[in-house]
Design a protein around this ligand. Sequence first.
Ligand SMILES: [Zn+2]
Length: 105
Amino acid sequence: MPKLTLQNRELVIEIEKVERIRRTAKTRIALCQQCGSKCDFVDLVKIAALFESAPCKFLDAVRANGCHISTNEQGVQICVTSFLALLRRGSVGKDLSLECSDNSS
Ligand SMILES: [Zn+2]
């Protein structure tokens, strides 16, 4: 039987998995002044939590991308119609990271 002379090497396999995560947030209907029609609005804190983003960072990012933003006694409200349009335009990365540049530094 032939004798093997073995040299140490390494086999590396990378497997990319697609993970589907479903999260929900309650919305409420109101007249969006910018859309000119009734739209669903979602609370900033709740939608930022869906994307695991800090509310202030999320707000900066959606504001920078022209999302319709209103306020009421419960806080900042995001127009879902304009936010979905933003997602469709691809203005937000596929990984939904809403990081935006920090000009304060
Ligand atoms: Zn709107």
